[in-house]
Design a protein around this ligand. Structure first.
Ligand code: ATP
Ligand code: FE
Length: 356
């Protein structure tokens, strides 16, 4: 099968073409991403209206580029997959409208995809990881442990009770005067920093289960920064690097320890050791990847993490997740709606409706 995927749920406009024959490795024939970082730079965060307009302007170009790069015509496309949520509603709408238009014009089936399912199924795109597997989905807006039973079946074992780590990386970058997105710039600064200079909080480690909390960490960084500024009148390059490293060490410790707990929870109900997969933007962090790999090695479980470009938002994961839905015979029609909220685990309590 060959599927065209569209993604526009946050600040990346993306299109991709993925081809997969059962029994072989899936192939990303093309994957184009138009980031909007520059457009939002002056505002210190993503401005929904600006994002929506930019998606609407760029999505056609993006699709054309992906199709050209993949060197396929619509006659060779089996389905058109599009992120239908969760995300910034204006952006999601741009993608959904474009996909509906393409589907109506070409007669190709339309498949609405949950953006989080896109991240959560990436290990199958890159590694053909077999169900069930244990997943840490850690991104700009989400952080949760999931058991992936099938393309549309996920059980949530636990997750953040407040902020997502990606958000915390972005906020930390702002506090330290580092550029957005904060993940890569904090990671870079942390390389030259002393992770032990500050002991940042690692909340909920004393509590059973795999729930996490990251909002206190942001406050701790703010306080540490203000103390340095009050004492010295500003931050030196070294202060910045040390703060970044201390922050990253705390996030890494929490994710590593809670991965251990999630594995325990999994093994309490399932007889065989699962592959542990990590995905989402924060999974691009090398320190975090290496640490999770160690945890898996200690517990004798296989570990998989997608290449960096498939951790952050992209349309290849949407095309692939769409293909898995399509194989189950699940398609959508023109009534497909854009959803700002859409938890992966349908049994999640209402309180967790934000999907966090
Ligand atoms: P969601 O998927 O939850 O809806 P999103 O789509 O905005 O949110 P992603 O694109 O999956 O999120 O991830 C973006 C986030 O990942 C940003 O917060 C960014 O700072 C973070 N990130 C990207 N690279 C790194 C890195 N190397 N280290 C840590 N965090 C990173
Ligand atoms: Fe994402």
């Amino acid at each position: 099968l060959t599927v065209l995927g569209l993604e526009s749920s946050c600040d990346d406009t993306a299109a991709a073409v993925v081809r997969h024959t059962l029994g072989e490795m899936p192939e990303v024939l093309a994957s184009t991403v138009y980031g909007q970082t520059d457009l939002h730079a002056a505002f210190g965060g993503v401005v929904p209206e600006i994002a929506a307009r930019a998606h609407a302007e760029k999505i056609d170009v993006c699709v054309r580029q992906a199709m050209d790069q993949a060197n396929v015509g619509f006659d060779q496309i089996d389905a058109i997959a599009v992120t239908a949520g969760p995300g910034l509603i204006g952006g999601v709408l741009s993608g959904v409208m474009c996909a509906k238009g393409l589907s109506a014009a070409t007669g190709k089936p339309l498949v609405g995809v949950n953006h989080l399912a896109g991240h959560a199924l990436t290990p199958r795109l890159t590694d053909q990881t077999a169900f069930p597997y244990l997943m840490l989905l850690v991104s700009g807006g989400h952080c949760q442990f999931l058991i992936a039973h099938g393309p549309e079946q996920f059980t949530r074992l636990g997750g953040t009770i407040d902020d997502a780590p990606g958000e915390a990386f972005d906020k930390t970058a702002r506090l330290l005067g580092l550029p957005q997105p904060g993940g890569p710039s904090v990671e870079h600064a942390a390389k030259s920093g002393d992770p032990k200079r500050w002991r940042m909080p690692r909340p909920l480690l004393d509590r059973a289960g795999c729930d996490m909390s990251f909002s206190g960490l942001k406050t701790a960084i703010l306080r540490a920064r203000d103390e340095v500024v009050a004492a010295k009148g500003g931050l030196t390059e070294q202060d910045r690097c040390d703060l970044a490293a201390s922050f990253q060490a705390a996030v890494t410790d929490v994710l590593a320890e809670k991965t251990r707990r999630a594995l325990e929870l999994y093994l309490a109900e399932n007889p065989t050791t699962p592959t542990i997969a990590v995905a989402g933007g924060v999974a691009a962090n090398q320190t975090i990847r290496t640490r999770l790999e160690q945890v898996c090695a200690e517990h004798g479980t296989a570990f998989t993490a997608p290449p960096l470009a498939l951790c952050t938002d992209n349309a290849a994961m949407i095309a692939y997740a769409g293909m898995e839905r399509f194989r189950l015979g699940h398609t959508d029609d023109m009534t497909l709606v854009a959803r700002p909220r859409w938890p992966l685990d349908k049994t999640a309590p209402a309180l967790l409706g934000s999907g966090k």
